[in-house]
Design a protein around this ligand. Structure first.
Ligand code: AMP
Ligand code: ZN
Length: 468
């Protein structure tokens, strides 16, 4: 399995730090508004990376943070006359709704910066003790030049950076020893949220948040660190400088970055008025279509959002879902149970599509080609599945289609949502059948519910149900 490592600028064979395990950290959004469709790209891409590792049998520890203390959050809170906490909590909840709609698996852990301040203070102290950081008037800076490998991720050299130093200077920061130094801790301004520290009441810089949260939840060394390409410099470069100086070890083995999403071939920005939130898109399209659209290009290629491409994604996804629906219909009416020898041979042919799919995904997660192999499988299903086929054959095709689309996070087997009162009615009917010793009917009702994703549990207090 190969993936492109921004650090080496090459595709490299993936070798985990610990056999069978992947430790992965993905920089999450700053929560001051609904997430936009650009933010959705890394979410979908790296969720798919995670799913593919899981498909391959790895146990993935997936950590993605919410940046819940930031100038933009504070600004929004002041505008609305509420606390920063209220703003961040509101938009974390909204973000989780959008993620659910895009079928993004919940992370193993979603740390929030404001809950991890103690660890950040400790890490900053370690950097000061080791001579990598210094305090001036309550602000703590990182001594960039002291970290000899600075620039290794973004492939920038310090002297080039220095020639651009004037533009790096921010008012009030002229107390820095060097213009390249960046902030680890800043004192509070009036009305801002603040925490105690040995240097001042204040808050951490953005970069130290990820260094600390990654260390706390995944350890000092991780396999993959990921985010959008705008994070390479300075965010990830600074994270490396902090983590490697503090821990004395290589931080992440592989650095993955998705390219940007543009709209109608232009950068998405508020001033251009082409800014689209995931929530707006969800009013027009099922978010599964947005997911399909995002995966229809390689994650390292820029992707252009347009109405035409969304329509094409809609019909592409429909083609797959229709094949699954057709299989379900045939399954309900199949006359024989087990596969014939011919069917066995016909099913064995699908191995070709699985190989194609894996070859694409093994090659730096080429989801565009992986989707093409799913289409090949769909074509094969449409030409081989018919009313004469056995249940086993049809079920195998169905399961395979679900297995591959599930790696992409695409739901093709939509369970119809049942209303609670309808479920209760069926449970009552099942109880009546049991009383009448009609166990076949009682079992049939249980199976019918199971097919709709409802699991029954017979307990001492009666029958309970839950969603599978
Ligand atoms: P932010 O909230 O700006 O820190 O962004 C959260 C994540 O979304 C980061 O990984 C960014 O790199 C990514 N991101 C932001 N805008 C875009 C975009 N237009 N296309 C792709 N990724 C983006
Ligand atoms: Zn980060």
């Amino acid at each position: 399995m190969k993936l492109y490592n921004t650090l080496s600028k090459q595709k490299e064979e993936f070798v985990p730090l610990e056999e069978g395990k992947v430790k992965m950290y993905v920089c999450g959004p700053t929560v001051y508004n609904f997430i936009h469709i650009g933010n959705a790209r890394p979410m979908i891409v790296f969720d798919t990376v995670r799913r593919y590792f899981e498909y391959k049998g790895y146990d993935v520890n997936y950590v993605s943070n919410f940046t819940d203390v930031d100038d933009k959050i504070i600004k929004r809170a002041i505008e609305e006359g509420v606390s920063s906490d209220e703003i961040s909590k509101r938009y974390i909840a909204e973000c989780k709704k959008d993620m659910d709609g895009m079928n993004i698996k919940p992370a193993t852990k979603n740390p929030m910066a404001t809950e991890e301040i103690c660890g950040m203070v400790d890490m900053i102290q370690t950097l000061i003790d080791k001579g990598y950081a210094y305090e001036k008037n309550g602000t703590v800076y990182y001594r960039t030049r002291k970290f000899e490998e600075y620039g290794k991720l973004s492939h920038k050299n310090l002297d080039d950076l220095r020639s651009g130093e004037r533009s790096l200077l921010v008012t009030g920061e002229d107390e820095k020893e060097d213009p390249l130094d960046f902030v680890l801790w800043k004192p509070k301004k009036e009305g801002e949220p603040a925490w105690e520290s040995p240097w001042s009441d204040g808050r951490p810089g953005w970069h130290i948040e990820c260094s600390e949260m990654s260390k706390k939840y995944l350890g000092e060394q991780i396999d993959i660190h990921a985010g959008g390409e705008d994070l390479v410099f300075p965010h990830h470069e600074n994270e490396i400088a902090q983590s490697e100086a503090a821990n004395g070890k290589e931080f992440a083995k592989y650095w993955m970055h998705n390219a940007f999403l543009n709209i109608d071939n232009r950068k998405m920005s508020k001033s251009l008025g082409n800014f689209r939130t995931v929530r707006e898109i969800s009013q027009q399209y099922d978010l599964q279509i947005l997911r399909f659209f995002m995966l229809s290009a390689h994650y390292r290629s820029p992707l252009n959002f347009s109405a035409d491409l969304m329509e094409a994604s809609k019909s592409g996804l429909e083609r797959i879902v229709n094949a699954a629906d057709n299989l379900k219909f045939l399954l309900g009416n199949a006359k024989s149970e087990s596969m014939t020898q011919e069917e066995e041979a016909a099913f064995a042919k699908t191995a070709e599509y699985v190989q194609e799919f894996e070859r694409a995904m093994d090659d730096d997660f080429n989801t565009a080609d992986a989707i093409a192999s799913v289409f090949d499988l769909v074509k094969y299903i449409n030409t081989t599945a018919d009313a004469d086929k056995s249940k086993e054959f049809l079920q195998n095709l169905f399961d395979l289609l679900v297995k591959l689309t599930d790696v992409l996070g695409l739901i093709v087997d939509k369970k119809e949502e049942m209303l609670a009162e309808d479920i209760e009615k069926m449970i009552e009917e099942r109880q009546a059948a049991r009383k009448a010793k009609d166990f076949a009917r009682a079992d049939a009702i249980r199976d019918e519910l199971l097919a709709k994703g409802i699991v029954l549990e017979d307990t001492r207090e009666g029958v309970k149900w839950k969603k599978a």
